[in-house]
Design a protein around this ligand. Sequence first.
Ligand code: SIN
Length: 567
Amino acid sequence: MTAAPQTPGIRLDAPAPGWAISADVVVVGSGVAGLTTALGCAAAGLSTVVVTKARLDDGSTRWAQGGIAAALGEGDTPEQHLADTLVAGAGLCDEEAVRTLVTEGPGAVHRLIAAGAHFDTSADGVIELTREGGHHRRRIAHAGGDATGVEISRALVEAVRDAGLRTIENALVLDLLTDAAGRTAGVSLHVMGEGQHDGVGAVHAPAVVLATGGMGQVFAATTNPAVSTGDGVALALRAGAEVSDLEFVQFHPTVLFLGTESEGQQPLVSEAVRGEGAHLVDASGVRFLLGQHELAELAPRDIVAKAIMRRMREQDADHMYLDARHFGAAMWERRFPTILAACRAHGIDPVTEPVPVAPAAHYASGGVRTDLHGRTTVPGLWACGEVACTGVHGANRLASNSLLEGLVFAERIAADIAALAPLTAGEPKSPDGLSALPPIAPEARAAIQRIMSLGAGVLRSDDSLRQAAAALEEVHRATADDGEKIPEPGVESWETANLLCVARVLTAAALEREETRGCHWREDRPDRAAADWDRHLVVRMAPDRSLVVTRTDSTAFPPTVLREHQP
Ligand code: SIN
């Protein structure tokens, strides 16, 4: 592990913890990454606490539809999965990380099945596999047709309950705690509502694993649930950790279009629908992806999203259509019951009419920078799943690699922590010496989301990003310069501070990367600039809240300073 960068000495403005419990490991988040890590740590005999923001099954995992990609089918190999992943990642995947993912993936899926997850199988018991964008073969295992995440979540929550793990639900984690020697000593958190612990408290532990999921709520329209407010990335930055590749936000091409004013979580229409033969068409029924890519509608996600955006612009339309009427009612009901119900709930019947779709924010390909054991640049802090940047996704995640990444790297993290045990930490230092970041008024959330969708969305430019950066600073200044506007510390205002923090970093990175690559689409820099930009952008926070942006190749720790973005 590398030495920790100097911590910025920043914390959220919150009351001192009024209660505390202790454990060997605290896992923050309860999706596939968090629960798999927790189960692995507990199985290794480590006392483990899971802290989660809502209920155990309320994270992003349960919303996953398409499935989990792994070389499970006859004739498929990890090498082929590796090749597809590298192509999607547009030159920025860490090949060793991808090799780890694809070789350990099939075993991890079988262990998940052994833990109780039921995948769809044929009559003779063979796992059914589907296709999604960027995969050259059927490689996606699914459950309940299009309810893969629900099933994985169910199985893992049940396993956690059976194992008797300590869990704290409805708890927003605030900051990393450290001891006098700067070692990780746990987390502070705020528990909402009734329960054994209420208000601000602490879990003291020498090992902290962030598995807090994504940050889709930083945009006005997203497939992510309400809990995805970038809390883990913001916490890691305040703790002095490096984050990487945040400019690579994946916009899912086919999200049910509910109108231009529709905000918050939007219903996903899985790529697996295209994998089973649905066509993307414009209002005249023309399949506009034919001839644009050898895989047509099953091209990697960024290519499909861009093709949709271009067609929308050419035709001055605000959405396109996904046509799968030829599936017929029986197939829709058996294979895509969740999507069918969501469409019908909004008055659209995919059996008889094309489904209106448009791209929306879906997945953060970047996150807290980790090595192959999930270790971050802060000793004692690990990160797993969407909150992490393992190097697996590069500039654009391959469809259905995310559940797999959560599984594989969770197993590695649990093994790493178990191998390091017993870890020790002293008493957590009082946070009094740290500068307190003011909470941001919850009313600013909608403004942040609008700023980001307008300036740092699927299409970006130097101009739009500069305007977004200035508007975000104005949101901060409006609170910081006017004491009366500083809201009472509380869950919504802390979340809004986290959203503002990740929005700033994302915008700074997107401004810095002067090229188009993967899911980062700069209108003013339409080409990929390989020689200059076969590199990653790494960001950390300085004590004055400025962002230190550096450029590095995938393995060079620590990177050299490029530029500082003043607050
Ligand atoms: C989908 O089902 O289209 C989403 C899969 C993913 O994001 O990997």
